[in-house]
Structures are given as structure tokens and as C-alpha cells.
Design a protein. Structure first.
Length: 265
């Protein structure tokens, strides 16, 4: 089977070591593509969760080996650690074998547009209302994932495809939407201050492409709820990939970009 080739791919919030990680889906996706540059945009390994209960299934190990294999076979792999893999942040500017480690960087597309790339936990102070509210949010999210897991266990028993109940519930919670909006604003403000065209991030498990005061905001999503990624083709066109949808329809969501600040390459 012919593999799809990308100039660039962004993946984040895989959460290897977490029982809700969709490692098998990710392996299937990675086996179907080739890519020049792969950005791992944080929370790749869930060190928080593993500190509570160590869990490392075979598929999770295979994902890590796949990343290392890709880096050895010509793909530039850059790891931008987030909050769940925070210990790796101290190695920013260094390399682990052929995998580069950076806290944040600027990516230039084939069309000459410049995007800030970072996990996004840098903006937690702009989103949360303090430690207590953050704790409430964390416990509430654990409950969402539990409901999502049990709901999809029932769907699997009925031979139905995976569907993100957690994502659906979040979209209908006012507080969650307000937090997402504050996060989006904070990300775009940073990109604007740097004179960039946009920002690519993860962190909040909410794939999205939108414009905020002329700044292109793209969240590549996660592999806990949504199984999503961001891709760039050889012409510089950006697309949000919803992998589970693509299994059924072979479609991705193309992103229409507005006039950028960057000069044409």
C-alpha cells in the first residue's frame, strides 16, 4: 500500500503510559505515512500518571520505538515537552540520540508562513483561576475519561466504532468553552508579540483551526479522545487529520489560511 507523504506532521498529547492512550490507532496511522519533519508537541509520555500507577503496554513501547526508527531513517524528529513530561524540559536544546529536544520553536511552512510551536502549558496561568480550580478541573477530566472509556467499551461490545463522548460533553460545558477561549487568546497573543503568522499547540485536547485578531491558531488535538494530528503537505497546505474519521471516509479537514505577515518564500 502506498504511504501518504507529508512535509511536516504535528502530534501531541499521546499520553503513553496512560490507560486511555490510543496507541494502537497511532501505530496504524504512523505505519501509513512518511514525513520529513515530525514535531512531538508535548505530553507524549504521561509521567504524571505513571508516577501514580506504572503502566507500559506493548503498544506504548512500540510507539516509542517507531519514533526512534523514524528519526534514524531520515525524519527530523523534534520533541517539545509539556507538563505531563515536564522532566524532559530541562534537556531543551539537547538531543536524545537523533531526536531533538526543544521547549518551543518557530516553524516556517513551504509557503513562508511562520508558526510558533509549543505544547501550551506555558499559558496555564491565563486559563485557570488558581490551584483549587485546576484540581477540580483535573478530577472532572478524570471522570470524563472514565465515562468515555465505559461508553466505548459498550460500543465495542455492540461492534460499533469508537466515538469521543468526552469531547462531546466538553463542547457542551460553558466553563470548558470559556477556558478554551482564554487559552486560544493567550497563545495568539504570544505569536502576535513575536510577529508570527500563527501558533501550533496542543495541551487542551481540543483540535481546532481558527483566527484570532489575524493570528492563525491551530491545536493539533490528542490521542486520548480525538486521535487527531496536524499535517503540512509539500506545497505548504495545512490540514487537521481526524484519524478515526479518515478510516471511514479517507478525508481530512483542510485549513484555509489568510494573508500572512510573512513574505512569500
Amino acid at each position: 500500500m502506498k504511504k501518504t507523504h507529508y512535509r511536516t506532521l504535528w502530534l501531541s498529547d499521546i499520553h503513553l503510559g496512560n490507560r486511555d492512550c490510543k496507541a494502537e490507532y497511532l501505530l496504524s496511522f504512523l505505519d501509513s505515512i512518511t514525513v520529513d519533519t515530525l514535531y512531538l508537541v508535548g505530553d507524549i509520555v504521561d509521567m504524571w500518571q505513571m508516577s501514580k500507577q506504572f503502566r507500559w503496554p506493548k503498544a506504548h513501547n512500540q510507539v516509542m520505538h517507531k519514533f526512534m526508527q523514524m528519526s534514524q531513517e531520515g525524519t527530523r524528529v523534534v520533541y517539545l515537552p509539556g507538563n505531563h513530561d515536564e522532566p524532559i524540559q530541562s534537556y531543551s536544546g539537547m538531543a536524545f540520540g537523533d531526536i531533538e529536544i526543544e521547549r518551543e520553536l518557530v516553524h516556517t511552512t513551504a509557503q513562508g508562513k511562520r508558526y510558533l510551536v509549543l505544547h501550551g502549558d506555558q499559558f496555564d496561568g491565563d486559563v485557570t483561576m488558581g490551584k483549587f480550580h485546576a484540581w477540580i478541573g483535573d478530577k472532572g477530566y478524570d471522570l470524563l475519561l472514565f465515562l468515555n472509556r465505559e461508553f466505548n467499551r459498550l460500543r465495542a461490545w455492540r461492534k460499533r466504532e469508537y466515538w469521543s463522548l468526552a469531547g462531546y460533553i466538553k463542547k457542551h460545558i460553558k466553563g470548558a468553552n470559556e477556558a478554551i477561549a482564554r487559552y486560544r487568546e493567550a497563545c495568539c497573543r504570544r505569536a502576535d508579540e513575536m510577529g508570527l503568522d500563527g501558533v501550533v499547540c496542543g495541551h487542551i485536547h481540543h483540535p481546532e483551526s481558527s483566527f484570532e485578531n489575524g493570528i492563525h491558531y491551530i491545536n493539533d488535538g490528542d490521542w486520548i479522545e480525538n486521535c487527531s494530528a496536524l499535517s503540512e503537505d509539500m506545497n505548504g497546505n495545512l490540514s487537521l487529520i481526524h484519524y478515526l474519521d479518515s478510516l471511514e471516509s479517507a478525508s481530512v479537514t483542510s485549513i484555509t489560511t489568510k494573508t500572512s505577515r510573512s513574505k512569500a518564500a
